[in-house]
Design a protein around this ligand. Structure first.
Ligand code: WT7
Length: 635
């Protein structure tokens, strides 16, 4: 497209090469220029890939909230830090300035200290998307407590597992939360969870929905009266560069959740740097990421990245479908959002609805649009690019993981020409490699391999909370000397990466490695299809055959369904090859998903195999009713 200049891309390559040749110099300059430190580092990094030990900015002393808030007060005290857009569009939005945020975080920090929280203590946070969530997270960081935000859609059992795993002495929640036309009884869920958590001494409760809740004498306290009493200045704890900042549990579809530990300085430097560059952030922009703060995307790109840059960041309490499917687009217009960052699953859901919802809103404020969380299929990419970006906003398909702390592979707006379904080029400092089954580096183009990273970056997770061996085993064993992402990818002739999906989603059919994502793309191309998932199941001759679970936009009668089956296989033949044709196609009303929106293929695999007895840990499953339906109608 016309807004790209070859010199800009050349400049990127120059920067990139420098960052690889002289990583010390590269990160040293970035860390030196943009932050306030109590004390600078003696050494930029030190690491051992075998032992999975990483240290960045050794012996530096810093507090991340000094950089998120205090640093901006002189120049941007009256600038809006957070715009809060409530669930109900008739409730007034709030504009919280950097000065307001300073006072609110200080008061909250003092409340936490008064309640006995000390540096290094874990605090679990189970709150809806309201300003207090941001304030509490930052207050923890202010006083050196390790926050562990647990997405407020998790069940009490899932919450309990996490509270116990990190041995948290406090839980912060609210009476409840609004979500579309429903309210959620968060305090009740916390009560159930905490009953079996002897480590929890205090539960602090924010008022949001004014519901009747049980307050347990000696354990539970309303937060508002405490805040009123608290002083509005709060000495920031001096943190070592490698002191833990937070623990965040990954949604992991199998086994016990992994408490990924991120530390202070490296995380700060990397999220600030990537936010500025990937979203081409400029001083008066209004940036909106629709993720929940309960996920890493929310940590890095609703809170820390934007605030470190003194940006205005939107916190949205609601859902894309309430009151109507035009809510996202109305919010963009209302607050004149300049950067919009969301997930493919949201895009596909909205693309299914009438175009009027999006076309009738004024989206002209937008400059950059982003995608994250899973591969964005070609149809969704174009819909997003055409109807939201109006073909004038670069679409940044950002690839990264909870374990990475920040964006790893992504176009840079107006620099990297975008290419549908390609996350494109690594950011400076990031060294991806593709590995084959024999653990050799793949040099060829268009060959799928395991995506690994062969050199550390500042915000790589340091460990799994109290289970370093599992950290080593999961990420550093499969390809010695490298970090293994668990994703498959290929590279085109320019060096662009296309993430093909989790490597464990690869199905080998008649000796051919087939990634599920491109086949699903081919299915989703069919105009009658809303969404699909495929898995392998054992086959006498081919080794594995493919089973497709397909959601149709409209159910239709049997004869039409049979035609759609044929056409789906034709589309797969055309786009991937006849080898990838499906043996079975079951039409379903929904797919089993985790609370973070990922398809739980493990369950589909079991159903396809005919093993209906034990689905393992389903604590992260959002919609068990769908599993029942799929089981009963299995082909
Ligand atoms: C997995 C990480 C940190 C982002 C939120 C999810 C998949 C993420 C992309 C993308 C293709 C993507 C990968 C990755 N993923 N972004 N742009 N294209 N796949 O964080 O829950 O830790 O999941 O999400 O499979 O490994 P997460």
């Amino acid at each position: 497209m016309s807004y790209y200049k070859i010199e800009d891309l050349q400049h990127y390559f120059k920067m990139y090469n420098k960052s690889i040749k002289e990583p010390k110099k590269f990160w040293d300059r970035i860390a030196d220029k943009n932050f306030t430190w109590y004390q600078k580092w003696d050494k930029v990094y030190e690491f051992d890939m075998q032992k999975a030990e990483f240290k960045w900015f050794l012996n530096a002393k810093v507090n991340i909230t000094k950089n998120c808030i205090d640093r901006h007060l002189s120049k941007r005290g009256d600038k809006t830090a957070i715009i809060f857009e409530p669930n109900d569009p008739n409730e007034e939005a709030q504009h919280i300035t950097y000065s307001d945020l300073y006072v609110r975080v200080s008061k909250m920090g003092n409340v936490l200290r008064d309640q006995g929280v000390k540096k290094g203590d874990r605090v679990c946070i189970y709150l809806p998307m309201i300003p207090e969530l941001a304030v509490v997270v930052l207050a923890c960081a202010r006083i050196g407590a390790i926050h562990s935000v647990i997405f407020a859609g998790f069940s009490s059992k899932a919450l309990q597992t996490r509270i116990i795993d990190c041995d948290s002495k406090m839980v912060i929640t609210s009476d409840g939360g609004f979500r579309g036309n429903k309210t959620i009884d968060l305090k009740g869920i916390v009560d159930d969870a905490v009953e079996h958590c002897p480590c929890v001494e205090k539960v602090l409760v924010v008022k949001r929905i004014n519901s009747e809740v049980n307050m347990k004498e000696g354990r539970d306290l309303w937060i508002e009266p405490l805040l009123e009493e608290a002083s509005s200045s709060c000495l920031a704890e001096i943190m070592d560069a490698e002191d833990p900042l937070f623990i965040l549990y990954t949604s992991g579809s199998t086994g016990k959740p992994k408490g990924m530990v991120h530390t202070t300085a490296g995380y700060m430097v990397y999220t600030a740097y990537t936010f500025k560059n990937v979203f081409k952030y400029e001083e008066n922009d209004v940036y909106w990421c629709t993720a929940d703060i309960g996920w890493i995307t929310g940590h890095s790109y609703i809170l820390y990245g934007p605030l470190l840059n003194g940006a205005t960041t939107v916190i949205f309490e609601g859902v894309p479908s309430y009151p109507t499917f035009s809510r996202f687009w109305e919010v963009i217009d209302k607050h004149k959002v300049t950067q919009f960052y969301t997930a493919p699953t949201a895009i596909r859901a909205l693309a299914k609805e009438s175009l009027e919802f999006v076309d009738n809103q004024d989206l002209s404020s937008l400059k950059v649009i982003g995608s994250v969380g899973e591969p964005i299929n070609e149809e969704a990419w174009h819909w997003y690019n055409d109807h939201v970006g109006k073909k004038k906003c670069p679409l940044v398909d950002t690839w990264w993981q909870t374990e990475n702390g920040g964006i790893m592979i992504s176009p840079i707006p107006f620099v990297t020409p975008t290419k549908p379904t390609y996350a494109s080029l690594p950011l400076p400092g990031i060294q991806p490699v593709l590995m084959d089954e024999l653990r050799n580096e793949i040099e060829e183009n268009q060959v799928v391999g395991s995506l690994c990273i062969k050199f550390p970056w500042p915000s790589i997770a340091r460990t799994i909370w109290r289970d370093h061996q599992r950290f080593i085993d999961t990420y550093f064993k499969a390809y010695p000397g490298k970090y293994f992402t668990g994703d498959g990818a290929l590279r085109d002739e320019v060096g662009y990466y296309r993430i093909t999906g989790r490597v464990d989603d690869v199905v080998i059919v008649s000796g051919h490695n087939l990634g599920t994502a491109p086949i699903e793309d081919a299915i989703n191309e069919h105009p009658a299809v809303a969404e699909s998932a495929i898995v392998g199941f054992p086959h006498k001759i081919k080794g594995n055959a493919l089973y497709g679970f397909v959601i149709l936009k409209e159910i239709g009668e049997t004869r039409i369904q049979d035609n759609v089956r044929k056409e789906i296989n034709q589309s797969i033949s055309d786009m991937v090859g006849p080898i990838a044709k499906l043996d079975k196609i079951q039409f379903v009303s929904g797919l089993p998903k985790t609370r973070s929106g990922k398809i739980m293929r493990r369950i589909l695999r079991k159903i396809a195999e005919g093993d209906l007895s034990n689905f393992g840990d389903t604590s992260t499953l959002l919609n068990p009713e769908v599993v029942e339906e799929i089981k009963n109608e299995r082909l």
